[in-house]
Write a protein that binds this ligand. Structure first.
Ligand code: NAG
Ligand code: NAG
Ligand code: NAG
Ligand code: NAG
Ligand code: NAG
Ligand code: NAG
Length: 410
């Protein structure tokens, strides 16, 4: 019910009233005044002179003690900055019209603890959403579902401990998700695993959370351009050789996630003391993990081999050289061809195809040279049973057969 400010604001009527009623009216008048004078009251409409700065399509209302989002936002708003206010709840009705031009929404530093399940229903064109440094505790099912164009989502420095498995569904355009400094204990594999992941996800930061175990085989199977941006340091991970091997491998590959935060990868040793140690010190000082080694890519006669060029960046131009540094394009017999995604197909495999293949990948920012050693057995798989070849151990079979180094390699 709205306060009857107009009626009670008339001094003549107030004087004529009995004292009890007068006190009541004086109180409601006071409430009215408080509501009118307090900046950022319920439903105050956008004021481009007092509470916000409107610079054509940018509406900046940062640090204005707002407790709600101003109403009557112009339809042309492309950037809305509401950071450093006191908007504790983002309700469904914060905007009652579709803001189809809005692509950046900044809501950090608001002490926000509530997100309506329909908070984003009218801002489906958002590309950048900053909800960092708030007090969010959970991410409900399908909470971001309407944001099909969202590329960057900032959720770091909240109190998130519960994330529904469907919380990030619908974010098909997502490229970067910052979840560090929360209380998450489950690694959100759905964000990176093939088939369920957003097509262009290249950064997932779950550092400084409460993750104890990681899905190692799934992580190791990811392409390097995802691992490169997969940050999970400063978690209470349990020390074991799988963790050591994974990070040692990522470090050899010069992946940013392992290089840039090398000293922040710690783990907790099994045992009563719960000693925290550096993951990279594990092998030398605490455990006997087998050192990381690459295996050969193996095939039998007449099989088809596909060698991936697993680069750290996604969009690179790739070319290949066969053993002896023969450019693949110069091979006259066409047994090896470079596929559209940059991998090399060798078919049918011959014993003579064995050797070291080289992938040259170039882009504006990075050049990489990768090597893969191929071994083709001089017999068919059907004939393999009659020969005594030791099977490749499963553990090593899981590692792709690469030797990595940077463009400085000779
Ligand atoms: C916001 O509130 C604080 C504390 O009450 C005050 O010092 C500050 O001037 C206010 N800012 C604005 C823009 O009203
Ligand atoms: C992924 O990136 C490519 C290249 O930038 C772009 O063409 C494509 O539309 C993006 N996919 C999605 C789902 O955003
Ligand atoms: C590691 O293994 C080597 C040889 O297998 C052994 O000599 C050494 O004592 C082991 N170190 C630890 C810390 O277990
Ligand atoms: C493969 O085996 C055939 C006959 O078994 C032999 O003639 C040929 O030299 C072998 N090739 C290589 C590369 O070992
Ligand atoms: C194709 O040519 C290359 C080099 O010219 C040779 O190493 C390879 O064995 C040949 N492959 C076939 C299937 O003839
Ligand atoms: C990569 O190599 C190409 C030519 O091989 C060169 O033009 C380019 O500048 C190099 N890029 C980087 C980042 O080094």
């Amino acid at each position: 019910m709205p306060f009857p400010c107009g009626a009670d604001g008339d001094p003549a009527r107030r004087d004529a009233s009995p004292s009890g009623a007068r006190r009541g009216r004086a109180l409601s008048l006071w409430l009215c005044l408080a509501l009118v004078l307090m900046p950022g009251t319920q439903g105050s409409s956008l004021n481009c002179h007092k509470t916000c700065i409107c610079a054509s399509n940018i509406v900046s209302c940062s640090k204005m003690n707002l407790t709600t989002v101003p109403t009557a936002l112009p339809l042309y708003t492309a950037v809305l900055d509401l950071s450093f206010n006191s908007i504790a709840r983002l309700r469904a009705e914060w905007t009652t019209v579709k803001l189809l031009k809005l692509h950046n929404l900044l809501l950090s530093h608001n002490g926000m603890s509530f997100l309506s399940s329909e908070a984003f229903a009218y801002v489906g064109r958002l590309r950048y959403l900053d909800l960092s440094s708030n007090r969010l505790r959970q991410l409900d099912e399908f909470i971001f579902e309407p944001l099909r164009q969202l590329e960057v989502l900032l959720l770091y420095n909240n109190h998130i401990s519960q994330m529904d498995r469907t919380a990030f569904s619908g974010l098909v355009s997502l490229q970067k998700l910052y979840l560090s400094q929360n209380q998450v204990s489950r690694f959100p594999l759905e964000l990176v695993k093939e088939k369920s992941r957003p097509e262009n996800i290249s950064l997932l930061d779950v550092s400084a959370n409460r993750i104890k175990v990681l899905p190692f085989p799934d992580l190791q199977a990811l392409p390097a351009w995802i691992k490169n941006g997969l940050y999970f340091h400063s978690n209470p991970l349990v020390c074991d050789c799988a963790l050591y091997s994974l990070l040692a491998h990522w470090h050899v590959r010069k992946l940013n996630s392992a290089l840039d935060f090398k000293d922040d990868y710690t783990c907790v040793l099994p045992g009563a003391q719960k000693l925290t140690v550096g993951v990279f010190e594990l092998n030398a000082d605490y455990m006997n993990c087998s050192t990381y080694a690459e295996a050969d890519e193996e095939a039998y006669l007449d099989q088809t081999l596909v060698l991936a060029c697993d680069t750290r960046h996604r969009d690179m131009r790739k070319s290949w050289a066969a053993p002896g540094n023969v450019p693949v394009t110069a091979l006259s017999n066409g047994s090896a061809v470079v596929l559209a995604d940059g991998s090399l197909r060798i078919a049918p495999a011959r014993a003579e195809d064995s050797g070291v293949y080289t992938c040259f990948a170039v882009s504006e920012e990075l050049n990489e040279t990768l090597y893969v050693t191929v071994r083709v057995h001089n017999f068919t798989l059907a004939g393999a049973g009659t020969r005594s070849t030791p099977p490749t151990p499963r553990w090593w079979a899981a590692w792709p057969a690469w030797c990595w180094c940077s463009s400085t390699c000779t």
